[in-house]
Design a protein. Structure first.
Length: 195
């Protein structure tokens, strides 16, 4: 939730009382200011509100497919073909970009799970999950990796998570530079080197 939604929800809850005072809108204006102040001085210092950092916006006209490295693009193309639900490719590419650079074994696992997802029978009237949502929810983890996919020692999940976080933060930094975010990126890169 953000401040705007918070104020809107407060206003909706108080609407019947405020409507009774129409045409005088002064109580409504005072209420809106009070709700905004409650967010700023009450909820925010107590740690409530939107705590997670925002993700890259998909409404900004970015060609996420072109943002992928050649290595990522190769595996994304394999995933896209295996998944088989060809809708919203750019948004799926954005989510693929957020995964960061994964190992060959991890990419193979995702592609194999996508093939299984495509082959899974659907109940009548049920739609498939689009690739963007499937990747966001890490649905490939619902499928056991076949023995042929592992192809070596398993990758360190902490390293994969760090790579993904760094890639996402760098993307945000490109659109909205922030010194605190740059420090966060540097700290994560230092942690990655320590692994």
């Amino acid at each position: 939730m953000n401040k705007r939604l918070f104020v809107q929800y407060c206003l909706i809850r108080a609407a019947p009382e405020l409507i009774r005072n129409l045409p005088n809108i002064e109580p409504a204006v005072a209420f809106i200011r009070g709700a905004a102040r409650l967010w700023d001085e009450g909820a925010t210092p107590e740690g409530y509100g939107n705590e997670k950092p925002s993700e890259p916006r998909d409404d900004i006209k970015v060609n996420w497919y072109k943002e992928l490295s050649e290595y990522q693009r190769t595996w994304f193309d394999r995933f896209w073909e295996a998944f088989g639900y060809k809708e919203a490719r750019g948004k799926a590419a954005m989510r693929w970009h957020q995964l960061g650079e994964l190992s060959v074994g991890e990419y193979r696992r995702i592609v194999e799970a996508a093939k299984q997802e495509k082959a899974k029978p659907r109940a009548e009237g049920r739609e498939r999950k689009m690739a963007q949502g499937w990747l966001t929810e890490r649905r490939w983890e619902d499928y056991a990796p076949p023995a042929s996919v592992s192809g070596g020692p398993p990758a360190d999940p902490r390293k994969a998570k760090l790579l993904s976080d760094i890639a996402a933060l760098k993307q945000l930094q490109n659109y909205r530079p922030d010194p605190k975010r740059a420090e966060q990126i540097a700290a994560l890169e230092a942690e990655l080197k320590g692994l």
